[in-house]
Design a protein around this ligand. Sequence first.
Ligand code: ATP
Ligand code: MG
Length: 432
Amino acid sequence: MNPKLSAVKGMNDILPPDSARWEWFEQQVRELMRLYGYRNIRTPIVEPTPLFVRGIGEVTDIVEKEMYSFTDSLNGEALTLRPENTAAIVRAAVEHNLLYDGGKRLWYCGPMFRHERPQRGRYRQFHQVGAEALGYAGPDVDAELILMARRLWDMLGLRGLRLEINCLGHAGERARHRARLIEYFEAHAQQLDDDARRRLYSNPLRILDTKNPAMQQLVEQAPRLLDELESESREHFEQLQALLRAAGQDFVVNPRLVRGLDYYNLSVFEWVSEHLGAQATVCAGGRYDGLIEQIGGKPAPACGWALGIERVLDLLAQAERQPAAQLPDAYVVLAHAPALHQALQTAEALRAAGMQVVMNAGGGSLKSQMKRADASGARFALIFGEQEWMAGEVGLKSLRQGGQQQQRSVALQPPALLLQSLAPAAPSARLE
Ligand code: ATP
Ligand code: MG
């Protein structure tokens, strides 16, 4: 036998029945986006490496150590499996001049790739849903985006997600803060870890984002960007807070919320759960007014978020929320080979009427086919035997009512009769 092959470490197969939860989640997302007028956008999974270096920033976890980058062996082009999608959405918007007639509200869903240490809630291929509002200065769309996420939690029945917000201000304010930070960290140089020491002059704001527990206290007492904000940034932040309050949305201002990517300014936010261990952030986003220009477009403001689907589904699984199983309405048992044509036609007619019909495949005795019918979870077995075939009928056996099972025959013509016998159809994907 050939040796078995397995999936790449940190990259998961999504199998039934778990995949049903994914499908259900994706349906809710599509409905959410419809409610808010966001339109779907799909970009390639592979992009030129410079897009991410320029878009995300050279001194970030992603670009320094997490990207799956390779050289195209045919033309030598530097390519990368997308580690996130905002830079690519902006690339597409600029490339196709999507903002020529005003702002655009867009959403995406798909796999992202980061070379991280796999653990719960952290994978090498993971999946994100994202919403991006391009061309709007906010803070109204900032609030819209946050409330959209809240509505998704409601639709999913998830409770207890905490909203944290912060304001990163503008470049000038960050530059002043940066100088203060460097001064502060220099004064405590002996407490810095290697990453922090390396970033001290290249990107000290990043140090605030450290996951090293030994540095938490140092970071907590660091100078706050909030204290550097001037009136314009302050006003933007205060308006966002007022909008959230008016919408009845609780939040905490977390001055240390800086986000892992370089392109953010003004509003940043995260939705955090207590139930995910170390990987607590479910959804993260903010304003990135400089990115469109950075990627080569005409300057235009923008705001968006991305959520990690695996983390949301982890929460759903913990809440034991699963979609109702989509079981067959009927299972077709073929007890007389010449009836195959009739069986196929009948199955097709029922499917045309919206019924889930599973044909027995791979032959087998009547008994073994009936066993499979039972195991399939179908409500009815449709039995095509010799007698029924000769009479233009099908045997109908209910599989899901307790007690004595009655079998009766139903004429195949007119088909409405059979349909009536099979009704009502099982209700579709709802959570139980
Ligand atoms: P973290 O601080 O957990 O590394 P991040 O700041 O790198 O997150 P973003 O780039 O903002 O994450 O991505 C948005 C969301 O995508 C995260 O909040 C998380 O839910 C999810 N996510 C990010 N990286 C991974 C991963 N490796 N595996 C699973 N989900 C992830
Ligand atoms: Mg990360």
